[in-house]
Design a protein around this ligand. Structure first.
Ligand SMILES: Cc1cc2nc3c(=O)[nH]c(=O)nc-3n(C[C@H](O)[C@H](O)[C@H](O)COP(=O)(O)OP(=O)(O)OC[C@H]3O[C@@H](n4cnc5c(N)ncnc54)[C@H](O)[C@@H]3O)c2cc1C
Length: 418
């Protein structure tokens, strides 16, 4: 065994026959990624849960039983993830491409945030079929709107992105169309080229999703591949078979899904770091005269926005404040009620007085708020029909997430059978 392999073995605790077989079978790169997965900082259960199945899924892939999750679960205690993997790849999982004479390419998109929606829309414009799956009950991801009472539009807060820019040509055209349809408006207090959705941040995304096939409350927990194509799984349920799969979710959640199929993509996802952001929402009975409609970088607050001052909102006095990354990290494990009170006090400091008791007060913790940037814009492996898009592949802003999805959609459409 080379010194490099020996060092890796001791780092990741692989020893004896099992360790040698794994490195020999799936190669050093795979082990490095596997090690990265294990050590990845991941506050969510899902990626850890994927890890439990990692050797099992690889074995199933090697056995060409990718679309048999029940079998995988049944065999779990008996498979040690070693014996049958040979040659540094997936021996019997040949690329699954739809033959040109077999009709429309079916594309599955995991994640109905702005990136996934942009990709789906681009595919639809090219005459292809795209099906979106999202774990949430609504579309939009981090371009989010939350109501104080379900169904009550009067007290709503944009608790994700406060605004977005429109600078690039394609996105500017789209935003102009949204403006014409009354779904977006400029909000110059946040910057000369700042825009907001109207009457909520999610309104223009709903238009983007119009006539697309979006399936909500569908968390995708595994992605397997066989000669017949990709199968999406949600726990033990199969969500369908597709020719191409697109992963349009934050990098930390994308990495475990990618790692089973394309190690370079997984490596790119694991290089991304997100910072958390605690966001608090307040409604008051009276106007806080001392505060401007929007402010940046005041004490521990990265931004504070008078949400009710955005165009097209219901009357009232509503605020959304975002704590900076250091403060959010320091309070990561705190209760949301106490975080909301602390952030109310922070807003009071900026106003220079104790604020009145809010009629509504809440806080939301974003574990993955905005990612450290990269610049490939998209990831696309045409040999197996697997792609990834999202703000983590460009810059951590809505406009760049849209661009990432749009260019991935174009890349897939360019290769689709006609
Ligand atoms: C607090 C905060 C403030 C921000 N401020 C700004 C700002 O001022 N300006 C700006 O431009 N941007 C801002 N952003 C960033 C902006 O919101 C994001 O860049 C953009 O929304 C990312 O879009 P996306 O489609 O890449 O990802 P997301 O919006 O995260 O969409 C991913 C979707 O995937 C779904 N999903 C995740 N895992 C799974 C799974 N396993 N199965 C199925 N579905 C899944 C999620 O439910 C989500 O709907 C802010 C973000 C936050 C959180």
């Amino acid at each position: 065994m080379s010194a490099e392999k020996a060092a890796l073995h001791s780092t990741i605790g692989l020893s004896g026959r099992r360790g040698s077989l794994i490195t020999a079978a799936i190669g050093l790169d795979a082990i490095i990624v596997f090690n990265d997965i294990i050590s990845a900082r991941s506050p969510l259960d899902a990626p850890r849960d994927m890890l439990r199945h990692f050797p099992l899924l690889m074995q199933a892939c090697a056995d060409d039983k990718c679309d048999e999750p029940e079998k995988i679960a049944h065999d779990a205690p008996h498979v040690d993830g070693t014996g049958r993997l040979t040659g540094g790849g997936w021996p019997s999982c040949v690329p699954s491409r739809r033959p040109r004479d077999q009709g429309l390419m079916r594309v599955a998109i995991i994640g109905a945030g702005i990136a996934g929606l942009a990709c789906a829309r681009r595919l639809r414009d090219a005459g292809l079929e795209a099906t979106l799956f999202d774990k949430s009950r609504g579309i939009g991801g981090r371009l989010a709107t939350r109501r104080a009472e379900p169904g009550d539009p009067g007290v709503a807060f944009d608790h994700g992105a406060t605004h977005f820019t429109a600078r690039s040509e394609g996105f500017t055209r789209l935003v102009a169309a949204w403006e014409k349809a009354g779904l977006a408006a400029r909000w110059p207090v946040a910057g000369a080229d700042s825009w907001v959705g109207r009457p909520t941040m999610t309104a223009p995304l709903k238009a983007l999703a119009d006539d697309l096939d979006v399936r909500l409350s569908r968390p995708v927990t595994a992605l397997t591949r066989s000669r017949a194509g990709w199968t999406l799984h949600s726990e033990a349920k199969r969500l369908g078979k597709f020719d191409t799969a697109v992963i349009a979710i934050p990098a930390e959640q994308a990495a475990p899904l990618l790692s089973l199929h394309d190690f370079e993509m997984a490596r790119a996802a694991m290089a991304v770091r997100y910072n958390p952001c605690w966001t608090a929402m307040f409604a008051f009975e009276e106007r806080i005269e001392e505060l401007p409609d929007f402010l940046r970088g005041a004490g521990s607050l990265v931004t504070a926005a008078r949400d009710s001052a955005k165009p097209g909102r219901a009357p009232g006095e509503r605020w959304v404040v975002q704590a900076d990354w250091t403060w959010s990290e320091a309070h990561l494990a705190s209760e949301s009620a106490s975080v909301a009170r602390l952030l109310l006090a922070e807003l009071g400091k900026v106003a220079g007085r104790e604020l009145p008791a809010p009629s509504h007060i809440a806080a939301h913790r974003w574990l993955f708020s905005q990612p450290s940037g990269q610049d490939p814009k998209l990831l696309w492996n045409p040999a197996i029909g697997l792609g990834a898009c999202g703000d983590w592949l460009y810059h951590g802003f809505a406009e760049y997430a849209w661009l990432s999805g749009h260019v991935l959609g174009a890349a897939i459409a360019a290769e689709a059978p006609r």
